[in-house]
Design a protein around this ligand. Structure first.
Ligand SMILES: [Ca+2]
Length: 147
């Protein structure tokens, strides 16, 4: 049997609804968890971790950059000093050869150009690079072997 709700029943229902709504609203802060902060869902946690890792990596990189620059500076200085020492040692050991001998030959052949012939070369030499002076006509690697 159905009955049309009378005014009294409607009023009670409305009062009940308002009461429930009021309770829900009042209790909202306690009943529901606080709004999710970042890091609450797997995706957010992942992104947060990535962000922190990126920051840490950047910080590490910055520290490492500075350290690296100091190391490179020191290394450069040492290399320059070593190069200076080596250069001085070379100059003292072979003052003329280092600049006047062509690096394509193992003996001392004057630097090309100008082109030189075997008459200008002191003894047989070996071709270690390119025979720029064309001293080794057979191409066997030995030049000016026949005085
Ligand atoms: Ca030859």
């Amino acid at each position: 049997m159905t009955s049309k709700p009378n005014g009294r029943q409607v009023t009670r229902a409305a009062v009940a609804a308002v009461a429930v709504a009021t309770l829900l609203l009042a209790g909202c802060g306690e009943e529901f968890p606080p709004p999710p902060e970042s890091g609450n869902t797997p995706g957010e946690r992942y992104r947060e971790e990535q962000r922190q890792q990126n920051e840490e990596a950047l910080a590490r990189a910055a520290r490492s950059d500075r350290a690296q620059q100091r190391r490179e500076g020191a290394l450069r200085l040492r290399r320059e000093r070593a190069a200076d020492r080596a250069e001085r040692a070379t100059e003292e050991a072979e003052p003329e050869e280092s600049e006047d001998c062509d690096s394509n030959y193992s003996g001392c052949v004057p630097v090309y150009p100008p082109d030189v012939n075997c008459e200008d070369v002191d003894g047989p030499v070996n071709v270690t690079g390119e025979d720029v002076h064309q001293l080794d006509r057979e191409g066997d690697g030995e030049a000016c072997e026949d005085p």
